[in-house]
Structure formats: C-alpha cells, structure tokens
Design a protein around this ligand. Structure first.
Ligand SMILES: [Zn+2]
Length: 318
C-alpha cells in the first residue's frame, strides 16, 4: 500500500485524497488535492506537482488530463501527485501565498513548524523526496513565454547531467540551464540526490491548451523514457540557453515588439520600440547579445525601468 495524505492505493490501484497542511483562517482543514497511482508492477517513483505559484494554472490542466489517462494496471512503479501546491494563492488566483506574501518556490525545503508557505513546502518536499524523479510544473506566470524546461541545480552539480537528461526527455524543445535561486524545488531536489526539473509551460492568464498539451506529452515522455510505461520516447535535440538578458524600458509609454517568442536574435537587432500615447517614438531598444526571444510582458504600457522582455543567451543544442 502506498499512501500520500489520505490517498492510499495498493498495487494496480489509484486513489485521490488530501494532504493536510494546517488550517485556514476559519479553522477548516487545508488539504492539498493529491493522488497516488500505484502500478501493478514494481518500478521507480515519479513525483509531480502543480500550481506552486498560485496563478500558474497550466500545470493544473496537465494534472487533470494526465491522471485520468494513467492506468495502474499497465504502470510499472508509482506516480505521486500534488495537484495544487499553493492552496491559498490558487483560491484567489494570485502568484504568491497571500497568507504570508511568499513565493512558494523560494520556500523549499520548508519547515514543518514554520510559516504557511514553509509548512506547505515541507509537506510537499517530504512527498517529493520519496521519489526517484521530480517534475515541478510551472509557467512564465501571466506574461508571454515560450514552452521550456528549467534545470536549476547549476552546471557543476553532481546531478546536473541527470537533470539535463530529464529535461530532454520531457522534451518541450527549449531548456534553460541556469542555477536557480535558493529555495526552488528544482534546486533543492538534486541536493537530495533526485533529478528534478521545472517545466515552464508557456505563460498565460488561465489555461493555454497548446502549452497544456505539451505538458501532458512531456509527462508521458518521462513515463515512457524512464520505463514506467512501455514505448519509446524520442529524445529530440533541445535548444538550450545558459543565461538571460532582461530588458527594461528606458522611458514610459507603450511597447511595440519587433521580435516574437522563439525568434533567433542577433546582437543589435531591434527588440522593441516605446511610443507615447500619440504614437511619437520615445525609445528603440536593441539586443545586447545573440540569443532567442524568450519572454515578454503581456500589457503594452510601461513605466521607466519596468520589465519588458527577456532574451535567452549563450545558446546551444544538446
Ligand atoms: Zn512558477
């Protein structure tokens, strides 16, 4: 019998339940929706979680489509799922946990006696570290972003190659291979000896069906690639960026992009212009380095210094 929270499944069974992480302000129990898919045959364990950032809903879309397609009779090994990590943020469609104004993906490995976010991090880290592989589903928040997978352990980490292989197996086409900030699950998981990546499924308000479809395919690629399921995963070459240039606006006004997501950028290429409300040009911003147009703000209006876009740099194929 394999248990996660109140979900409990024997070999060949699936169960859903709740992983308790304290109480809400009205005293009711807070339970993260969780699932255990226990394969009829022995094998490795995959941990999958979504909505660590409460407004990143594509991962929840992936979970809600993947779990009904998993047949424990044909599965070797176990899949543990927490479908909504940032419970409080999800309720109000906010990025951070509003109880303590914390970004969940800076709180790992957490503290079971700590703040609201630390307790949720501790409970989910506990579940995650029972696994052999970890997928932490994210997206570029509500801005516009390409679909990519992040390797966050750093290129000198002993598990770097395994994380990179997991990113390639997931297979979004793009990989960001850059050491992440402390407290990210994709950085802390490898320290426990578990290959961990953070698929970033586009960026949108609500659900983006194309990014969700890529995420579903990615999870099944991993399940096939690591022998949970029969079948081959085509490990296609991935386009990898090892850094980011972020561009802010030199003046206030309206942004007009001259590059589109996924475009190859050469140093000196025009990225965007800023005009005033009457269309008069105020600024032109060009690329500092070669790369790939990676992410862009959604709303056109910007203040001086406000974030506009990112270009993935130091690009290669692997
Ligand atoms: Zn996120």
């Amino acid at each position: 019998m394999t248990t996660l929270g109140t979900a409990s499944a024997g070999p060949g069974e699936i169960d859903t339940g709740r992983l308790t992480v304290g109480e809400s302000r009205d005293g009711s129990t807070v339970g993260l929706p969780c699932a255990v898919v226990n394969g009829a045959s022995d094998g490795p364990t995959l941990y999958l979680q979504a909505a660590s950032d409460g407004d990143e809903l594509n991962g929840v879309g992936v979970v809600s489509r993947v779990v009904p397609q998993l047949d424990p009779e044909t599965l070797s090994g176990t899949v543990l799922v927490v479908g909504i990590v940032n419970y409080h943020g999800f309720q109000v469609a906010e990025h951070r946990n509003p109880i303590d104004d914390t970004k969940m993906n800076r709180a790992y490995p957490g503290d079971e006696n700590g703040t609201s976010s630390e307790r949720i991090a501790a409970a989910t880290f506990d579940a995650a570290t029972r696994a052999d592989l970890i997928l932490d589903l994210h997206q570029g928040s509500t801005s516009r972003m390409i679909d990519e997978v992040r390797v966050r352990c750093g290129r000198r980490h002993r598990l770097h190659d395994e994380c990179l292989q997991l990113a390639k197996t997931f297979g979004c086409g793009y990989v960001l291979d850059q050491k992440g900030p402390k407290g990210q699950l994709a950085r802390m998981g490898p320290d426990e000896g578990i290959p961990t990546v953070d698929p970033e499924l586009g960026g949108c308000v609500g659900w983006d069906e194309d990014s969700i479809a890529l995420g579903v395919e990615g999870v099944f690629n991993v399940l096939r690639g690591y022998d949970f399921l029969d079948g081959e995963t085509p490990a296609e070459p991935q386009t990898r960026a090892k850094g980011f240039d972020q561009y802010g606006s030199p003046s206030g006004g309206l942004v007009q992009f001259e590059a589109d997501l996924g475009d190859r950028i050469s140093r000196g290429d025009l990225l965007f212009e800023v005009t005033d409300v009457f269309g008069e040009l105020k600024a032109r911003v060009t690329a500092k380095n070669d790369g790939i147009f990676w992410r862009a703000r959604r709303l056109p209006q910007v203040a001086t210094g406000e974030y506009v876009c990112s270009v993935g740099t130091n690009v290669d194929q692997y």
